[in-house]
Design a protein around this ligand. Structure first.
Ligand SMILES: NC(=O)c1ccc[n+]([C@@H]2O[C@H](COP(=O)([O-])OP(=O)(O)OC[C@H]3O[C@@H](n4cnc5c(N)ncnc54)[C@H](O)[C@@H]3O)[C@@H](O)[C@H]2O)c1
Length: 298
């Protein structure tokens, strides 16, 4: 039977299935890269989520490894080419949390439209700011999709039900497929120039890191709102932070920028996983942040 090394939290029922099938399950959460290299020799299977980095070095040490199982969608933490070169199979669970992500994206879009977090923060702080957080309607607004795969398609269905007009940028999606989804394809810059809201649903790859940066933000439609539930790093957060700083009513640049970057962003994925303590205050107006949802929700 196989030795299965599990380096992140997996449901007990899943681990029990492996043990019941006679495999030796070795749960070792929170390993440093060095500890992971020491732990992989002798493992036939490695089960991970998104925190474990399966680098070429780790794979080099994993002499007995047959398969890497990624509990979740993105494979950006696995060097798939190095695994393939070594004959190690990499498998993921491509639909495991798609619906949860799609609903989370809709939640952030609605929060951006209705200023829900800001109004909530004001009220619990004792301020009745009825007109300040009035919000906008989604009906008739343009929602741009960067990435029209599983998650993007589900969000598009929901956005159409809200009466939004839907645009998309995805070089791997055909015009026929886009039409079937009710989406008009656009070049990326045009999509940013025309959209009231943009939602990101791309994998993290060499092409998508920093995809939303200064140049694109500068050409974006005034008042655009951006939601990112895909991967940290797809948005250049430094560029975004600059823009966000310029949205802050306490800053002199605010007057010229608040129209362009009004309600700037709703995030649940970040370049580094713990940025939230940064001064994302309700007063800064621009960014709604939630922690990443790790699990499929019921
Ligand atoms: N927040 C979370 O917990 C969470 C959960 C699941 C997935 N994700 C992330 O969301 C991403 C999308 O998920 P999915 O299930 O829709 O994946 P998917 O593979 O079904 O769709 C990804 C789409 O992105 C497109 N794409 C690839 N490169 C592109 C580029 N350079 N520009 C524009 N489009 C491009 C692909 O053609 C594809 O249609 C995943 O790769 C993962 O990184 C996040």
């Amino acid at each position: 039977m196989a030795r299965v090394l599990v380096t992140e939290k997996i449901a007990a029922r899943g681990l029990a299935l492996l043990s019941e099938a006679g495999h030796e399950v070795d749960v070792r959460e929170g390993l440093s890269p060095g500890e992971l290299r020491d732990a992989v020799p002798g493992a036939h299977a490695l089960i991970i989520r998104s925190a474990t980095k399966v680098t070429a070095e780790v794979l080099g040490a994993a002499k007995d490894l047959v398969v890497v199982g990624r509990a979740g969608v993105g494979l950006d933490n696995v060097d798939v080419s190095a695994a393939t070169e070594r004959g190690v199979l990499v498998v993921n669970a491509p639909t495991s949390n798609t619906l949860s992500v799609a609903e989370q994206a809709m939640g952030l879009i609605l929060a951006q439209a209705r200023n829900i977090p800001q109004a909530h923060a004001a009220l619990v702080a004792g301020r009745w700011e009825r007109s300040r957080w009035e919000g906008v309607e989604l009906f008739g607004k343009v929602l741009g999709f960067v990435g029209l795969g599983r998650a993007g398609s589900l969000v598009a269905q929901r956005a159409l039900a809200f009466g939004m007009r839907v645009l998309g940028f995805d070089p791997f999606v055909s015009a026929d497929r886009a039409r079937a989804l009710g989406v008009e394809l656009r070049a990326l810059e045009d999509l940013f120039a025309e959209s009231d809201f943009v939602t990101l649903h791309v994998p993290k790859t060499a092409e998508t890191v920093g995809l939303v940066g200064r140049e694109l933000l500068a050409k974006a439609k005034p008042g655009i709102r951006i939601v990112n539930t895909s991967r940290g790093g797809v948005v250049d957060e430094e560029a975004l932070a600059e823009a966000e700083a310029m949205c802050n009513p306490m800053k002199p640049e605010y007057a010229s920028w608040h129209k362009r970057l009004n309600g700037m962003a709703g995030f649940e994925v970040y370049e580094s996983m713990k940025p939230v303590a940064r001064e994302y205050s309700a007063e800064a107006l621009a960014i709604d942040v939630t922690p990443r949802r790790w699990w499929k929700s019921a």
